[in-house]
Design a protein around this ligand. Structure first.
Ligand SMILES: C[S@@+](CC[C@H](N)C(=O)[O-])C[C@H]1O[C@@H](n2cnc3c(N)ncnc32)[C@H](O)[C@@H]1O
Length: 389
């Protein structure tokens, strides 16, 4: 076993929940706000893991642990040992990244370049942000090695980046799919992937029936395809979205060299009856306008509450006993006339779902951009008929 460090995405709690879902038997320890430690068998396993995740940006292999603060000479010697041992081209090209060390002066990586040159190597230092080189650069130029220094309450760790998120694949699914309706708001593919991973942790079925009843452009179904799932069902009130989802699914399946026969149809969420019972319902419902009029927020939430309650009631007829629902539920942040911030939530609805048989199996995860008025909260429910009131 080797120790690795996962550099988490912009919502670390969400990334950690995903890691736990994908690696239920692996101990996961937070090193600092942005980095989690795990043990894996090999670099190949780490690379495969990164291709499965939506919420981890880089994976770093452990090289050395300094219990007390290392001086620049220690860092320089350990880094140069790695760079010379693992070079794949005559010229050593490297970047240097630091995390959890904001209170310390920046390590002078140019001194490392000089040191390598004094040893007779041709060396090139790729300057970049302190947090590290962009994933795209490391992906396209795999000969560039990135040394990483991580500060934590356990001391300082020196590591090397061995896997980066495949930014090309993410851009492809985000930008190149044939159908998109950006006005309606599409789920970022990485968030959809994380939701699918959270749901998959709740089933042993190799091909669970996965249903998105507000499928929009099919983002969630596409991420299920990327994870090798083929028993897919989608529906939407908007027939153009239904047509578009069919087109997107066919386009994406082709890229994975598979043909799929998903069940995708039109209809109101409270009326659609899929041809089989559902194991995993994963969805981002209609969330209302992204910038609602503050005065209207209580009415908007009342409307959403009615829509969602009807949906959950109907789903109890189409879900298998023990099924899982991973769903985005909005909260809305508004400033009142005095400039005070107020957060409106649908907590009353969530509490009332217990009587319909739905229990939350973990704390909700908040996922939002800083200025967002409508925030996404990701809830995971388990549906059990015996819990029904
Ligand atoms: C936020 S979008 C979902 C976007 C989707 N996750 C994606 O990434 O493309 C919500 C979708 O719900 C659909 N919708 C709204 N009201 C509905 C209803 N009562 N029943 C079914 N679908 C509905 C809309 O047409 C829209 O496509």
């Amino acid at each position: 076993m080797n120790t690795y460090y996962c550099l988490l995405g912009n919502t670390p709690l969400f990334s950690i929940a995903e890691l736990k879902a994908v690696l239920p038997l692996v101990r996961i320890e937070m090193l600092n706000d942005a980095v989690a430690q795990i043990d894996l068998a090999s670099d190949t396993e780490a690379t495969d893991l990164l291709d499965t995740l939506g919420g981890t940006i880089k994976i770093i292999r452990h090289i050395e642990h300094f219990e007390t603060k290392p001086d620049d000479e220690d860092i320089l010697l350990s880094s140069s040992k790695i760079l010379t041992r693992e070079k794949t081209k005559n010229k050593i090209s490297f970047g240097f990244s630091e995390m959890g060390r904001d209170h310390l002066p920046v390590f002078n990586a140019r001194s490392l370049k000089k040191h390598l040159q004094s040893l007779g190597y041709s060396a090139q230092f790729k300057d970049g942000p302190r947090t590290g080189l962009p994933a795209a650069l490391l992906l396209h130029k795999p000969h560039i090695q990135e040394i990483v220094l991580i500060g934590s309450n356990k001391g300082t760790i020196l590591g090397k980046t061995i896997a980066v998120q495949n930014i090309d694949a993410w851009t492809n699914v985000d930008r190149n799919k044939p159908y998109a309706d950006r006005k309606k708001g599409m789920l970022p593919p990485k968030v959809a992937r994380m939701m699918v991973n959270l749901a998959l942790a709740h089933t042993d079925e190799p091909q669970p029936a996965i249903y998105d009843p507000f499928c929009g452009s099919g983002t969630i179904l596409l991420e299920a395809i990327a994870l090798g799932k083929n028993n897919l069902i989608g529906s939407d009130l908007d027939l153009e979205a239904v047509r578009g989802t069919k087109e997107n699914v066919a386009w994406y399946a082709e890229q994975f060299e598979t043909t799929l026969t998903p069940e995708i149809k039109g209809g109101d969420v409270t009326k659609v009856n899929p041809s089989q019972k559902i194991d995993l319902l994963i969805t981002e419902p209609f969330l209302g306008k992204p910038k609602p009029n503050p005065a209207k927020v209580p009415f908007i939430l009342k409307g959403l509450e009615k829509l969602y309650r009807g949906a959950f009631r109907h789903w109890s007829k189409i879900l298998k006993d023990g099924a899982t629902v991973v769903i985005v539920i909005p909260s809305i942040v508004v400033q009142d006339k005095k400039g005070k911030t107020r957060i409106y939530t649908l907590e009353k609805l969530i509490d009332s779902l217990a009587s319909l048989g739905y229990t939350t199996s973990s704390e909700p995860i908040e996922y939002f951009r800083e200025q967002a008025i409508v925030r996404r909260n990701i809830y995971t429910f388990t549906y059990n008929t015996e819990n029904k009131a």
